[in-house]
Unconditional design. Structure first.
Length: 542
């Protein structure tokens, strides 16, 4: 039997449910005093098809007194400890945001900000165009492409996931500014901008370098193959600028348009530059068809391939409508045209269309024709109801069905949390609480209420994962990883050597995970797995 709780904690005023795999009588024990604070009996045996087992609810909602507790069953078995607090996710939120700072490329991470996780400046050499590399051109043109965040456990920098991650963060800031007041202790801290905007600007300035003269945006900047496990500054491979994709152009236009609005109050010059960059890429989009991206034969870094750019164009059109009041008719036409072909429900790098929905339902509310807005809202709310339905049916309470456990399944968990959060702020008062509980349920899964008893955020929870597939973590000689990283999580088709060896065939999807540094298909970290988690905590801390 196992008892699984959110190892970080539960807000005093919310529902509090842990899970056990057997029926039991239980006590909630104070970790400080050993006193029994609550007792009850498990209820609601439910089969969880993703975990392949029954789960029983251990409900202690009525216990609201702040403190540190654990669950103890009548057979003596215990859960990890957790807190009950007014705002249990403040440090978690800060650490997940600060984690992005550790991804900064092209600068040294100084002790003052990075603590023990310092390193010298990495990837400072100029880059060359992939075409010149392939043609072995002598003395090719070189470009300064330094800056930005490493995408993940590798050192590549990719335009589409970069735009999506910054998108999540800027929307989170726009909607929940109060959740971003604390300093992150990064080099810019203490200037006149919230640190989330400082950190995002580091990525946006790099992204601007990815835009070509004609408005096209290069798909990615990576070496020909992933570096071996070395510290970033030891990776001296030639960085290559791969060709333009229309997904990169559209995502770029969208995020620059968004930045032009968000930074206006703090950095008017930067905001203006962002709007001009967005317009230039929008023009490119109007003049060019879909241009996909496939890795050239032999080249082995991330592909981020995508068979459709309709969703990226939809997001771009929504954002342009909000940022540029001069061509509204044109943008509305584009929103309709592309909107008809997309789901409007996903926040990931493959399908970004929900970023467009979010934009229309918040900033675009007054600019978007009423009928269109109603259609988008209806689609989003219908999905939210579907997700609440899945949560109610699954023993572990996550809106995750067996097929949802793909590479980076924790992104699905968090993206669905984002959608529920959007509905919570847009719903009539009587439904707000249910959607908020829905967001919490996603977070409970992420932080330990799952069949493997893992908190999938480093440094948060007694049984948090510790061995992310992340080059600096693997090579820095420091035992503990940086706190605040979200793992990719269970993947029903594990495909790296470590995972294939350690996960038995036939293992239920929710259990297809290994906390192994080699496991890139279940245990990597990425900027765009942290960003939707940050959106959720920004909402919950608000
Ligand atoms: O997150 C990506 C996932 O959805 C894909 O299934 C996977 C395989 O193509 O690639 C993931 O992205 C990786 C990227 O290609 C390179 N940097 C690390 C990313 C996370 O594993
Ligand atoms: Zn670097």
């Amino acid at each position: 039997m196992g008892i699984y709780a959110n190892q970080v904690g539960y807000p005093s005023a919310a529902k509090k449910v842990a899970v056990s795999t057997k029926a039991c009588k239980f006590q909630i024990v104070s970790a400080d005093t050993g006193e029994v604070a609550w007792q009850g009996e498990s209820v609601n045996a439910k089969y969880d098809s993703a975990a392949g087992e029954d789960a029983f609810a251990i409900d202690f909602t009525s216990l609201t007194k702040p403190g540190t507790y654990y669950v103890q069953a009548d057979n003596g078995e215990k859960s990890h400890s957790f807190v009950i607090a007014d705002k249990p996710y403040v440090q978690l939120h800060k650490d997940m945001l600060k984690a992005l700072y550790y991804q900064r490329c092209g600068c040294a991470l100084e002790e003052e900000y990075a603590g023990i996780y310092t390193h010298e400046a990495c990837h400072t050499a100029p880059a060359i165009l992939y075409a010149d590399f392939e043609a072995k051109t002598e003395n090719p043109n070189t470009f300064d492409m330094t800056g930005g965040w490493h995408d993940a456990g590798d050192f590549g920098r990719y335009s589409t996931p970069a735009a999506v991650a910054v998108g999540h963060l800027l929307y989170a800031y726009e909607l929940f500014p109060k959740s971003f007041q604390d300093t992150l202790l990064i080099p810019e801290s203490g200037n006149d901008m919230p640190d989330v905007l400082n950190e995002c600007m580091y990525e946006l300035e790099w992204l601007m370098k990815m835009q070509a003269e004609d408005g096209g945006v290069y798909h990615k900047l990576t070496a020909y193959r992933h570096a071996p496990f070395v510290m970033p500054q030891e990776d001296l491979d030639q960085f290559l600028i791969y060709p333009v994709s229309s997904m990169a152009v559209a995502d770029f236009a969208a995020v620059m348009a968004l930045a032009s609005r968000v930074y206006k109050a703090f950095r008017p010059e930067f905001a203006k530059k962002a709007l001009e960059a967005a317009k230039k890429s929008w023009k490119w989009l109007c003049e060019n068809p879909y241009i996909g991206f496939r890795n050239p034969e032999g080249s082995g870094t991330g592909e981020y391939g995508d068979y459709s750019d309709e969703d990226e164009r939809f997001w771009a059109a929504c954002e342009m409508l909000c940022a540029d009041n001069e061509n509204s008719e044109e943008y509305i036409k584009a929103i309709k045209e592309h909107g008809d072909k997309v789901r409007k429900l996903d926040f990931g790098w493959t399908d970004v269309s929900a970023l467009g929905s979010l934009c229309l339902m918040t900033d675009g509310e007054k600019l978007c024709p009423k009928e269109l807005l109603e259609e988008v809202s209806h689609t989003v709310f219908t999905e939210a109801e579907r997700l609440l339905g899945i949560q109610a049916n699954m023993g572990y309470g996550a809106a995750m069905e067996p097929n949802d456990y793909c590479w980076g399944s924790n992104m699905v968990v968090c993206n669905r949390g984002m959608l529920l959060a959007l509905c919570a702020i847009k719903a009539d008062d009587d439904k707000t609480a249910a959607y908020k509980e829905g967001v919490l349920s996603q977070l409970h899964y992420l932080l330990g209420r799952n069949a493997l008893d893992y908190s999938y955020v480093t440094g948060h929870g007694e049984h948090a994962f510790k061995n992310p597939h992340n080059r600096p973590t693997a090579c820095d000689g420091i035992d503990e990883p940086m706190p605040g990283w979200v793992s990719g999580g269970p993947n029903k088709v594990p495909c790296d050597e470590a995972a294939v060896e350690l996960i038995e065939p036939g293992t239920p999807p929710m259990k297809c995970y290994v906390d192994h540094v080699g496991s890139y298909s279940t245990n990597e970290i990425t900027i765009y797995w942290n960003s939707p988690a940050i959106f959720m905590t920004a909402f919950l801390n608000y």
